[in-house]
Design a protein around this ligand. Structure first.
Ligand code: CO8
Length: 306
């Protein structure tokens, strides 16, 4: 067994992924091998990925399924978990085999927020001087699309994490909320900024000021999530959508994500200008030519990411 295969095998055994399933598909090595290489560089292999399960899914093995896995604390987002998550997502972002990422938790909780035990005794100088939870922003800098598949609680930082993703699907029993006010603080990872953009000022104010939770059905009605599925079908449905996205040109998908995200950052006029430039940019791509040619020739396009 080669060094890479041996190390890969050790890793997937630790992460709880079925070694035989993945090792029979050599192309699956790609996504995980990148993460391994960062693990090896750290020289601290045993301590990596304690809080996540990572798998490759989809009929073309091009979807990464990242599962938050800290069940006893309802996936509370401790520092270690967020560092692992950022590192894994950054590796997957660089992995050319992966076209889309699905982020999920357990049936009971996507994530019940930042870890309150970890924060309880922090002081102002510590959190300011130490850049407390700075690494959370890494999630929103990932270029590949991320679909959050939310079952159970998505509270506080858990709700904020789902909103850092590009699409949110919910299981029927999911509950969303920003309950920080109840514990004497306010959202700190985008809850006061992204939530009003999703659901409008009045509903966001109501959620942030009362700490009340909303159920999946209401989250759908107010536009926080784009679809609701039975809990046991949620992840499969997210993977189906991820496969559709991954079937398109990688580079064009990246440009489209960048353009939509610009809508949250700019005026309408600036956003339209930016969109137009990105649209023009697609005319420098072989994939744009291939997509239009395939349409005219009534065949499926063969995108190369060029
Ligand atoms: N942190 C740490 N531990 C938690 C958390 C949490 N956020 N949530 C749940 N747990 C733990 C509980 O302490 C408990 O542990 P133990 O069994 O050892 O006592 C275990 O998970 C199970 O929890 P419960 O017994 O409470 O389960 P219930 O089913 O009774 O209740 C709830 C589930 C409703 C989810 C409840 O646990 C709860 O209200 N949790 C806290 C929710 C919350 O307030 N979240 C917001 C936290 S603050 C935040 O997220 C700010 C983010 C800022 C990010 C800034 C980045 C820059």
């Amino acid at each position: 067994m080669s060094f890479l295969a041996r190390t890969f095998s050790q890793f997937i055994t630790r992460s709880g992924t079925t070694a035989s399933t993945l090792l029979t598909k050599p192309h699956n090595v790609s996504a995980l091998a990148l993460r391994l290489s960062s693990t090896q560089q750290s020289g601290n292999e045993q301590k990596k990925y304690d809080y996540l399960l990572v798998d490759v899914k989809g009929k073309d093995s091009n979807i990464a399924l990242v599962q938050l896995n800290r069940p006893k604390a309802l996936n509370a987002l401790c520092d270690g978990l967020m560092k692992e998550l950022s590192s894994v997502l950054e590796s997957l972002d660089r992995d050319e085999k992966i076209g889309c990422i699905v982020l999920t938790g357990s049936t009971r909780a996507f994530a019940a927020g930042a870890d309150i035990r970890e924060m309880q005794n922090n002081t102002l100088p510590q959190v300011v001087g130490g850049g407390f939870l700075d690494q959370w922003s890494a999630v929103s800098k990932i270029k590949k699309p991320i679909i959050a598949a939310v079952n159970g609680f998505a509270l506080g930082g858990g709700c904020e994490l789902s909103m850092m993703c590009d699409i949110i699907y919910a299981g029927e029993e999911a509950e969303f909320g920003q309950p920080e006010i109840i514990i004497g603080t306010i959202p700190g990872a985008g809850g006061t900024q992204r939530l009003p953009r999703y659901v409008g000022k009045s509903k966001a104010m109501e959620m942030v000021l009362t700490g009340n939770r909303i159920k999946a059905k209401e989250a759908y009605q107010i536009g926080l999530v784009s679809a609701v599925f039975p809990a046991n079908q949620l992840v499969d449905e997210a993977i189906k959508t991820a496969e559709k996205i991954a079937s398109h040109s990688r580079i064009v998908v990246q440009l489209a994500k960048e353009a939509v995200n610009a809508a949250f950052e700019t005026t309408l006029a600036e956003g339209n200008r930016f969109e137009k430039r990105l649209f023009h940019t697609t005319f420098g791509l072989a994939d744009r030519k291939e997509g239009m040619t395939a349409f005219i020739e009534k065949r499926k396009p063969n995108f190369t990411g060029q």
